[in-house]
Design a protein around this ligand. Structure first.
Ligand SMILES: [Zn+2]
Length: 349
């Protein structure tokens, strides 16, 4: 893939990375949203993960990479004093609304604040088995069409001509790649490398791995096994497993076994089977030797007796229920049951 480095931030980022190469490197993983699926519960933000990397002198925050940006991403970023202008790169696992709704907000504010261009990395267009095209490029190209159409872009630009005429879409360098069965480098700069692999959920779904001298983080997204339903060895993705081998951290969407189709919830089987079970994620984390498993995009959310339109059999789940499901797999690393703004630092202090 062509390395189309965003020129406006290039010098700044390279300088930061050069500095961090000499200082003690560190990174911080922050969940910017943990809602599982399109609904919303109790103010949870939509799925997304911020990885900040740098050194102790800058609170591990010299460069900031955002993976997915669901509803409310800007609000969560604001709570940790991060503005959209500070994001260096954005990666999308797939173009479902619960992972992308917040991106228009992020890009609109970045445009308003006259932030520099930013690379948005995602899969090339792909057609689903039913013939629907999933197009990240189209999504980004039209991300602010409504604001263009009703006149806000032109009006605000008349107030400050430094704002780009095309609005937020003009700020994005969309860099696409063809997801493959084996990890491929889709981004690198300085001592940061991002690899991707094809994974199953919807067409064009991809999972990522970020490697830095401070550690490595896998962002599984909503990946599940290529086999769409049992019988199968496990619900997790074999490709994500290859990607995650030896990684320090796995951040992954999670469904609890309590929603299984024959358990009385009424939750649709296809939706259930295209997510990874907490128990299987624990088993995968054990196989690949991961130290930290961060469960996010929880289905069901903690503390609710309803998931979307369906009852949770036995009532609302607590953190301990997810932890129990993971530990049943024999995983002995650290499990973090994700809540908005949960963080993990590497190396630990
Ligand atoms: Zn999702």
């Amino acid at each position: 893939m062509k390395r189309n480095f965003a020129a406006a931030i290039g010098a700044m980022v390279l300088a930061a990375l050069t500095t961090t190469a000499r200082a003690a490197p560190c990174l911080v993983v922050t969940l910017t949203g943990t809602q599982g699926g399109p609904t919303v519960f109790s103010g949870q933000a939509g799925a997304g993960t911020l990885v900040s990397y740098g050194d102790d002198s800058k609170s591990c925050g010299a460069v900031k990479l955002q993976f997915d940006a669901g509803r409310g991403t800007n609000m969560r970023l604001s709570q940790i004093n991060v503005t959209p202008v500070q994001l260096c790169w954005i990666f999308l696992t797939h173009i479902h609304g619960d992972h992308t709704e917040g991106l228009s907000d992020v890009m609109m504010l970045r445009w308003y604040l006259k932030g520099p261009k930013i690379d948005v990395v995602c899969s090339a267009d792909a057609v689903s088995p039913l013939g629907f095209t999933n197009s990240c490029r189209n999504y980004i190209t039209h991300i602010a069409d409504a604001f263009l159409q009703f006149g806000e872009i032109a009006e605000r630009r008349s107030e400050d001509s430094a704002r780009l005429a095309g609005g937020p879409a003009d700020l994005a360098n969309v860099l696409t790649f063809e997801p493959k069965e084996e990890p491929q480098v889709v981004w690198s700069s300085g001592d940061v490398t991002v690899r991707a692999i094809r994974s199953t959920h919807i067409a064009a779904h991809a999972s990522y791995r970020l490697d830095t001298p401070a550690g490595s983080v896998v962002i599984g997204g909503d990946a599940s096994n290529d086999m769409p339903a049992p019988p199968r060895a496990h619900s997790t993705s074999d490709q994500v497993e290859r990607l995650a081998y030896g990684a320090d951290v796995i951040v992954h969407s999670t469904i609890h076994p309590v929603l299984c189709p024959d358990g009385g919830s009424g939750f649709p089987a296809p939706s259930f089977y295209r997510q990874s079970l907490a128990s299987d994620l624990g088993a995968m984390a054990k196989r690949v030797g991961t130290k930290y498993l961060i469960l996010t995009h929880l289905a069901p959310s903690l503390g609710t007796a309803r998931h979307n339109r369906w009852n949770v059999p036995g009532g609302a789940l607590a953190e301990a229920d997810y932890r129990k499901a993971v530990e049943a797999s024999g995983f002995t690393g650290t499990t973090i049951v994700g809540t908005d703004l949960a963080t993990l630092r590497l190396p630990p202090k």
